[in-house]
Design a protein around this ligand. Structure first.
Ligand code: SF4
Length: 436
C-alpha cells in the first residue's frame, strides 16, 4: 500500500487529504502539493483510521498534542483511558501514549480504542522496559527485539512514532567535548539509548539501520517523528552544540526518509529562552527543507514548577508564531509528578490558547475577526455572544455563574462601576461603527 506522500506525488488526492483541506479551508490541491513535498504530514495508519484527521505543517493551523501514560510508580489503566478521553474532550489534536509501567501492550491498545484521535508513541520505552524485565539490564536490549516492537506497535495502529534516530556516536562526542550540561539529559528515550551505545560500544541501530525503520513505518503509513533525545532540559543548555548536532542529523534524516516515501516530522526542544525560539525554528526549517516541526512547548524559564503549563504556553505561542506546526502540551505537574486528569485538561487548554495566539501572528493575513467580534460583544455586554465566541465556553459560563452580579448586564468585577455600561450610556451607540 502506498503512503500519503507517495499518493500525493502520483497526483492522487486521498480521503485524508480531502479531510485536511476541508478542516483547514484550503484547496485539496494545496494539501496534495504540500504532502508531496513533505511540508505537511497527516498522521494515520492503514490498520487504524482515526476518526479525527489532523494535518500538520505549512499553511495549516498549529496543532496540539497531549501526552499521557503510566509510570513505574503509578499504573492505573482506567485512569490513563480517562486522561486520553479528557485530552480529546479538551481539544487535543493528537495524543501520545507514553507508558513505561505495567502491561504496555494492554495500555496502548486500550488507549487507542478509547479515542478518535491519531495516537503516537515512543517505541524505545517498551523496548528498554522489556530488556530490563527479560535480562535484568536495559543495556542488554537486543536490536531485533527493538525492530520487532516497532513493527508490532505500528501494526496496533500508531499514527505517528517518535523514534530517536538522530543520537549517534558523533552526537555523543559533541556532548563530551562540550563538557557541560546544566540540565543533563532529560529525554527518557535519549538517555537510555546513550547508555546502551556506551555500554555496548555500538552505533545506535535506529541510526545505523535507518532504512529499516523507514521501511517498517512506511508499511503502515505511520509518520516518523525524529525524536529529540539530546534536547535541552535547562535554559542554559539551549542551542548548545550537542542539541544542534542532533537537530542537524535529524534534518538530514528527514530529507532521506521523505525521499524514501515516508511522512516525516522533526522534534524540537525542550527548554528555550524566548529570544532563541525564532532562530531555532528558522534553522530547523532551513536545514530540513521545511519539514513540519513538533516542539515541546518550549518551556521558556526553569523556575516555575506548578505553573509550567504557563511557561510552556508562553514558549508555544512564540514557537507557533515563528512556524512550529505541532505543539506538545505541558501540564502543571511537569517536573513534579505524573499528571492527573485535571492536569491533562489544564495543559491542553493552555496549549490551545498558545496555538491560537501563535496562529494570529503566523497568519495575520487571515484576519482576526473572532477577536473583533468578542471585543464588540464585551463592549455591548452581550454575554451569550461572548460565550459563543470563547475558546472554552463552558469554563467561561461556569465562572460567571459562580458569582452572580446585582445587575445581570454587568459582572461582579466592577459591579456599579461597570465601564462598559457607563460608556454605552455616554455614547448611546456612537461607538458601534466599524473602522473603514
Ligand atoms: S463589570 Fe467590569 S469587567 Fe464586568 S463587564 Fe463591566 S467593565 Fe467588564
Amino acid at each position: 500500500m502506498k503512503t500519503q506522500i507517495e499518493h500525493a506525488r502520483a497526483g492522487i488526492v486521498t480521503p485524508q487529504m480531502t479531510a485536511v483541506a476541508r478542516n483547514e479551508q484550503v484547496s485539496e490541491d494545496y494539501i496534495r502539493q504540500m504532502v508531496a513535498a513533505g511540508k505537511v504530514v497527516i498522521p494515520w495508519n492503514h490498520n487504524r483510521k482515526p476518526a479525527r484527521i489532523a494535518g500538520i505543517g505549512k499553511g495549516l493551523a498549529t496543532k496540539v498534542n497531549a501526552s499521557i501514560g503510566t509510570s513505574s510508580d503509578i499504573v492505573d489503566y482506567a485512569a490513563e483511558v480517562q486522561k486520553a478521553r479528557a485530552a480529546q474532550e479538551a481539544g487535543a489534536d493528537t495524543l501520545m501514549e507514553l507508558s513505561v509501567g505495567g502491561d504496555l501492550d494492554r495500555v496502548r491498545r486500550e488507549v487507542i480504542n478509547a479515542v478518535d484521535l491519531p495516537v503516537g508513541n515512543v517505541p524505545l520505552y517498551q523496548a528498554f522496559c522489556e530488556a530490563a524485565r527479560k535480562y535484568g539490564d536495559p543495556n542488554k536490549l537486543d536490536e531485533e527485539l527493538l525492530f520487532d516492537l516497532i513493527e508490532q506497535q505500528c501494526s496496533d495502529g500508531m499514527a505517528f512514532m517518535a523514534v530517536h534516530c538522530g543520537i549517534n556516536l558523533y552526537t555523543i562526542e559533541r556532548l563530551r567535548k562540550q563538557g557541560y550540561r546544566y540540565g543533563g539529559l532529560v529525554s527518557k528515550g535519549g538517555v537510555s539509548m546513550v547508555a546502551w551505545m556506551l555500554a555496548n560500544n555500538r552505533e545506535n541501530p535506529l541510526y545505523a539501520q535507518f532504512d529499516r525503520v523507514v521501511a517498517i513505518l512506511k508499511k503502515y503509513d505511520t509518520v516518523l517523528s525524529l525524536g529529540n533525545g539530546l534536547r535541552a532540559g535547562a535554559i542554559h543548555d539551549s542551542s548548545d552544540r550537542a542539541q544542534i548536532q542532533e537537530l542537524l542529523i535529524n534534518c538530514e534524516l528527514a530529507e532521506l526518509g521523505r525521499e524514501m516515501g515516508c511522512q516525516m516530522l522533526v522534534e524540537g526542544p525542550g527548554h528555550v529562552p524566548l529570544d532563541e525560539v525564532e532562530g531555532n525554528i528558522r534553522l530547523q526549517k532551513r536545514m530540513s527543507g521545511d519539514a513540519p516541526y513538533y516542539m515541546l512547548g518550549p518551556i521558556a524559564c526553569d523556575v516555575a514548577p506548578g505553573y509550567d503549563h504557563i511557561t510552556a504556553a508562553i514558549g508555544a505561542a512564540q514557537s507557533s508564531r515563528f512556524g512550529a506546526d505541532l505543539i506538545c502540551y505541558i501540564t502543571p505537574a511537569e517536573h513534579l509528578a505524573l499528571p492527573n486528569e485535571q492536569d491533562v485538561i489544564t495543559g491542553v487548554k493552555a496549549a490551545k490558547v498558545a496555538a491560537y495566539i501563535g496562529d494570529m501572528n503566523k497568519y495575520p493575513e487571515r484576519g482576526r475577526e473572532r477577536d473583533k467580534l468578542m471585543s464588540k460583544a464585551r463592549r455591548d455586554l452581550d454575554w451569550q455572544k461572548q460565550f459563543e465566541l470563547a475558546l472554552f465556553p463552558e469554563d467561561a459560563r461556569a465562572i460567571r455563574a459562580s458569582r452572580t452580579p446585582e445587575d445581570e448586564a454587568t459582572c461582579t468585577m466592577c459591579g456599579d462601576f461597570c465601564a462598559s455600561r457607563g460608556a454605552g450610556a455616554l455614547f448611546a451607540g456612537d461607538l458601534r461603527g466599524d473602522k473603514v
